[in-house]
Design a protein around this ligand. Structure first.
Ligand code: ADP
Ligand code: F6P
Length: 319
């Protein structure tokens, strides 16, 4: 019997379950057996696997998190462990593995492909920080969660005439901050991609205050951080009471949006088609709303330009 494996790795993201479902159902439809590998590459090394039948992936499309669990596996960076994983794949009779995760997980998938196990990566991370793809599974849900949280913070900031500084996730990329900041009409968006000046932001706040603006929202990306210190600085320099809120892991949970469920379904289906053609060492990506694929190493070397135009627009319409 031909078998395909599927695993989730790195930080979880809403929509990973929808991707697991799509991979499973697409593979079953082509006559494969499906092996769910638990806790990322750890589960592959330790033999933590479950068989996935059609009903095992019922009722998960709308759930956040990942039914396969996820983990980070430091050992996988050593070739010795990649070879152990290859031996495990041979024992399991896997013709290939679909790896749902981020750049780190794709590096592992490239190594495992090199060792002789064809792997296909599917971009799953809330950060949208994978260069080869316009979109990563989980991004839309995370942004909507963050936007709802900021809407709630606005109620209290408005009631107290305060400045609310909100830190959103994105250690290496400011995509969530940029889009959520635009969506909530933030006074300023601070990300690692664009140089900023706190004094300029303060001057903008002062000018708006003179024009009767009474409360303020500032979005800060995790990669910039220091939101508590920023709140203190703004309060000291403007006299506007300021509070920092770090949204944190709440952004990683919750039921995936339509966009995430659809992207996960399309990408999962596409990944299985590649493996079925005997193709490995590829990453599935979305480019201009089309699903395409790239060589993993090539994908990892790509650069994604930050949307400076959106950044400019957001800034120019908030005062
Ligand atoms: P993400 O996939 O979200 O970027 P990580 O960077 O934490 O998350 O990577 C997830 C896992 O992928 C790591 O715990 C490790 O098992 C594997 N991995 C990361 N980097 C490499 C690498 N250079 N070589 C092989 N495997 C890697
Ligand atoms: O990559 C997704 C992400 O949520 C980042 O935005 C964040 O920096 C990181 O994962 C947090 O990881 P952990 O789960 O280890 O706290």
């Amino acid at each position: 019997m031909k078998r395909i494996g599927v695993l989730t790795s790195g930080g979880d993201a809403p929509g990973m379950n929808a991707a697991v479902r799509a991979v499973t159902r697409a593979a079953l439809g082509k006559g494969y057996e499906v092996v769910g590998i638990q806790r990322g590459y750890n589960g592959l090394l330790n033999g933590e696997t479950i068989n996935l039948g059609a009903r095992d992936v019922s009722n998960i499309i709308h759930h956040g998190g990942t039914m396969l669990y996820t983990a980070r596996c430091k050992e996988f960076k050593d070739w010795e462990y990649v070879e152990k994983a290859k031996a495990r794949c041979d024992e399991l009779g896997l013709v290939g593995i679909v790896v749902i995760g981020g750049d780190g997980s794709f590096r592992g998938a490239a190594d495992l492909s090199k060792a002789g196990v064809p792997c296909i990566g599917i971009p799953g991370t809330i950060d949208n920080d994978i260069s080869c793809t316009d979109y990563t599974i989980g991004y839309d849900t995370a942004m909507n969660t963050a936007m709802e949280m900021v809407d709630k913070l606005r109620d209290t900031a408005m009631s107290h005439d305060r400045c609310s500084i909100v830190e959103v996730m994105g250690r290496n990329a400011g995509w969530i901050a940029l889009n959520v900041g635009t969506a909530v009409g933030a006074m300023a968006i601070i990300t690692q991609e664009v140089p900023y000046s706190i004094d300029d932001i303060i001057a903008k706040m002062e000018a708006s205050k003179k024009d009767k603006k009474q409360h303020f929202i500032i979005l800060v990306s995790e990669g910039v951080g220091n939101s508590e210190a920023l709140a203190k600085e703004i309060e000291a320099k403007t006299g506007i009471e300021s509070r920092a809120t770090i949204l944190g892991h709440v952004q990683r949970g919750g039921s995936p949006t339509v966009r995430d469920r659809v992207a996960a379904s399309e990408m999962g289906y596409y990944a299985v088609n590649l493996l079925d053609q005997g193709i490995g060492n590829r990453v599935v990506a979305m480019r201009d709303n089309k699903i395409v694929d790239f060589d993993i190493k090539e994908a990892l070397s790509m650069k994604k330009p930050f949307d400076e135009n959106l950044y400019k627009i957001a800034n120019e319409i908030s005062f």
